[in-house]
Design a protein around this ligand. Structure first.
Ligand code: ARG
Length: 253
């Protein structure tokens, strides 16, 4: 009787050990996405969670690939260096594909279009793009809006920085500076612009659009294996309407 019990205990212990090992082996691979979650409706905080179009599309991609999505909220300008260094598997942050960035990272298929627009205070002197020259312009650090604004409005006749383009940590802070009168306008992507205008009294968006661009996911240049997998999943999700469904959930047609 005692012996039977011992054997039983042994078998059970072995079974337990096997179970632990099995579950270890089955541990799903993680897909770490770097983003900057101050960019509604693409990524923003809702309580403890990071939600938005990018977060949901990334989740669909991870599900398709049987991977576990981990989202890291970092400064926008540390996304590309972090991806290059292999700290994050990919960067997804309403990020525009540009020739300059293509020198540092690879991009997936584009999944959305962005337009750089200009937010002003209602009744502002700025009514068209022509009125921007000489005014103080708030931008999000290291974004395309910042780069274009610096090229078009940030230089004096000798090509030196004229101090008119002021970079802020993120869009929310730039919009705060507009509300406080520290800048005269903010150049930022259209969908976040709409959210900021909705959330604050007395702001408006200029009718004229500044620059149109494509959003895509970035990867380290040597990580073509992951890029190809993610790209294939993303293409399927675009083709079967899943991406559009996510977009429609966050952006009213
Ligand atoms: N589309 C712009 C860019 O690529 C701005 C993106 C900012 N994204 C963010 N999550 N803060 O530069």
């Amino acid at each position: 009787m005692k012996k039977t019990f011992k054997i039983l205990a042994c078998v059970m212990t072995l079974a337990l050990v096997a179970l632990v090992f099995a579950s270890c082996g089955a541990k799903t691979e993680t897909l770490t996405m770097a983003t900057n979650a101050e960019f509604p409706p693409y990524e923003y905080h809702e309580g403890d969670a990071i939600v938005g179009i990018d977060a949901e599309i990334a989740q669909l991609i991870a599900d398709k690939l049987g991977m576990e999505l981990v989202i890291e909220d970092v400064d926008f300008n540390s996304i590309i260096p972090g991806v290059q260094a292999g700290k994050y598997d990919m960067g997804m942050a309403g990020m525009t594909v540009t020739d300059e960035r293509l020198e540092s990272v690879d991009f997936s298929t584009s999944y959305a279009t962005g337009v750089q627009v200009v937010i002003i205070k209602e009744g502002s002197e700025i009514q068209t793009l022509d009125d921007i020259a000489g005014k103080k312009i708030g931008v999000q650090i290291a974004t395309t809006g910042s780069i274009y604004a610096a090229d078009d409005y940030g230089k004096d006749d000798d090509g030196n920085d004229n101090g008119n383009v002021i970079e802020f940590e993120n869009g929310a802070v730039a919009v705060q500076a507009l509300l406080n009168g520290k800048v005269d306008c903010v150049i930022i992507d259209n969908e976040p612009a709409k959210k900021y205008v909705e959330a604050n009294e007395g702001l408006a968006i200029l009718e004229t659009e500044y620059v149109t661009e494509d959003y895509a996911i970035c990867f380290a240049k040597n990580n073509t294996e992951l890029k190809d997998k993610v790209d294939a999943a993303l293409k399927e999700l675009i083709a079967d309407g899943s991406v559009q469904k996510v977009v429609d959930k966050y952006i009213a047609a």
